[in-house]
Every structure is written in structure tokens, then in C-alpha cells.
Design a protein around this ligand. Structure first.
Ligand code: 5GP
Ligand code: ZN
Length: 113
């Protein structure tokens, strides 16, 4: 659970990360293996494994509003960006602490693989 959860450990600063935004509820840091010039992960500080377990609309809504704000800081608002929430095995979720991917800085393909 939260003791061993990678992203909870990043919240507790037990594992280093390049943090781009932090407040009482949320943390955002650069993905260790970026898939685009901007690739930031936005997480709630509270441990929620995935969208399937999320029950608090404010927690979920906040993730997207923080993503929008970081997109502005990164200068990718006008050109466009993508926010992605992978849920479960078929979507390729590998870290079971809910996170929004913010991707931008290049043309992104659609549909995703
Ligand atoms: P998922 O596949 O679960 O949607 O996304 C997990 C993301 O976390 C991946 O894009 C992966 O590169 C990233 N990631 C995994 N371990 C670490 C880490 O230790 N630090 C950072 N900053 N990102 C990580
Ligand atoms: Zn966690």
C-alpha cells in the first residue's frame, strides 16, 4: 500500500523527482522516461490506486486543473497537449497510484497504440 507505493514515496520525498508543482493536495513531477518534450505526471498526495477506486470528485477534478496550469507554465497551451489517465492492464497502467499524464511539445498521434 502506501508504504511501498512508488508515488507515495515520491510524495514523502523518499525518492527524488523533478517536481514542477506542489500544493496541499497535489504533486506534479517530470516522468522519468518522457514520451514527449513535456511529460509531467500529476498525482493526488492521497493514495488512490486508480480511477476505479476514486470516489472524490474534487480529487479527480483537481488533477486536470493542475495539468492545465502546468501546460500554461510549459508554454504548450496554444499548440495543444494531451492529458491521459491509464486505468488497469489493458491501458498499460504500471503504477497503481492514480496519475494524469500531461504530454505536449510535439504532434501526438491518434488513436493511441
Ligand atoms: P502508467 O504506465 O502507470 O500510466 O505510468 C507510470 C509512469 O510513471 C510511466 O510513464 C513511467 O515512466 C513513470 N515512472 C515510473 N517510475 C518512475 C519514477 O521513479 N520516477 C518518475 N518520475 N517517473 C516514474
Ligand atoms: Zn500511493
Amino acid at each position: 500500500m502506501t508504504d511501498s507505493c512508488l508515488f507515495c514515496r515520491i510524495v514523502r520525498k523518499e525518492i527524488p523527482a523533478t517536481v514542477v508543482y506542489e500544493d496541499e493536495h497535489s504533486l506534479a513531477f517530470r516522468d522519468i522516461d518522457p514520451k514527449a518534450p513535456t511529460h509531467v505526471l500529476i498525482i493526488p498526495k492521497k493514495h488512490v490506486p486508480s480511477l476505479n477506486e476514486a470516489d472524490d470528485p474534487e480529487t479527480i477534478g483537481r488533477l486536470l486543473l493542475v495539468a492545465r496550469s502546468i501546460a500554461k507554465d510549459e508554454g504548450i497551451t496554444a499548440d495543444g497537449y494531451r492529458t491521459v489517465l491509464n486505468t488497469g492492464a489493458n491501458a498499460g497502467q504500471t503504477v497503481f497510484h492514480i496519475h494524469v499524464h500531461l504530454l505536449g511539445g510535439r504532434r501526438l498521434g491518434w488513436p493511441p497504440g
